[in-house]
Write a protein that binds this ligand. Structure first.
Ligand code: DGL
Length: 272
């Protein structure tokens, strides 16, 4: 029986993170789950995001994963803490669930010189204030400027992110953010869908501003975590396999997933 690392997202976005993880840690077995039938999560309440995410985490545990990565900022912001503190001790005390916000907050201070950082995320991620809180722990000297971009995930999920129509919403949110915080020199894509909009984001930003995506940051952090936690690492199997699952239509998932993953994806439908 394989004991894979579980990679979760509400839909396709987590594949941009998985791409980096698979590149850096190809030896492990992986299960990817996109909860496409209920995506996007971005505008949903805390309770709903927690309920949906927990159901998916339990699915991973039933599939034999000792470790699950929430490769979704919305789920990390709105469900992770409750799952770690309340649910895990009851349902699977030896298993672990990790998110993407803390590892990103830990290193963001290495990128900025002006100490003004912009955070672009879904409504849920921004309203949770998770990035302000986490970055504040590690770097109290950094000013965090947040901007919600509720139209970006639908643009990406509908394959419209390279269309001319997308420019309007990319420019709109960047103008709103930069207008109020001209000292920003580092812009974090705090949603796993946003790397697909990088070309357009670049087009509307002054050149000196660096755009930071989370894939490599999360992959580095996972590699370090596994070194520090042999009790988890030792439970994971290493055959280099990946299985993809979606709660919606598998053929449609494969069509879009390839774009996020950067290589062909063949998924299976699952129910939770
Ligand atoms: N990929 C998710 C994130 O990183 C957002 C997608 C959604 O709204 O479900 O926040």
């Amino acid at each position: 029986m394989t004991r894979p690392i579980g990679i979760f997202d509400s839909g396709y976005g987590g594949l941009t993170v998985f791409r980096s993880i698979a590149e850096q840690l190809p030896q492990y077995d992986y299960l990817y789950l996109g909860d496409n039938s209920r995506a996007p999560y971005g505008n949903r309440s805390f309770d709903t995001v927690h309920e949906y995410t927990l159901e998916c985490v339990e699915w991973f545990f039933r599939m034999g994963c000792p470790l699950v990565i929430l490769a979704c900022n919305t789920a990390s912001a709105k469900a992770l803490r409750t799952i770690q503190q309340k649910d895990l001790p009851q349902i699977a005390p030896k298993n672990r669930v990790l998110g993407v916000i803390r590892p990103t907050a830990e290193v963001i201070g290495n990128y900025t010189k002006t100490r003004h950082v912009g955070i672009l995320g879904t409504r849920g991620t921004i309203l949770s204030n998770s990035y302000c809180i986490e970055i504040g722990h590690f770097y109290p000297d950094i000013a965090v400027h947040q901007q919600m971009c509720p139209m970006w995930v639908p643009l990406v999920e509908n394959g419209e992110h390279t269309s001319d129509g997308a420019d309007y919403f990319v420019k709109k949110y960047l103008d709103e953010l930069m207008g109020g915080a001209p000292d920003i020199d580092t812009l974090l894509l705090a949603c796993t869908h946003y790397p697909l909009l990088t070309d357009k984001i670049r087009k509307y930003l002054p050149e000196h501003i660096q755009i930071v995506a989370q894939g490599d940051i999360v992959a580095n952090s996972l590699a370090e975590y596994l070194t520090r936690h042999p009790e988890i690492d030792g439970r994971l199997t290493r055959n280099g396999t990946t299985r993809y699952f979606t709660t919606d239509d598998a053929a449609e998932f494969d069509m879009y997933a390839t774009m996020f993953r950067g290589e062909a994806v063949r998924s299976e439908h699952t129910t939770l």
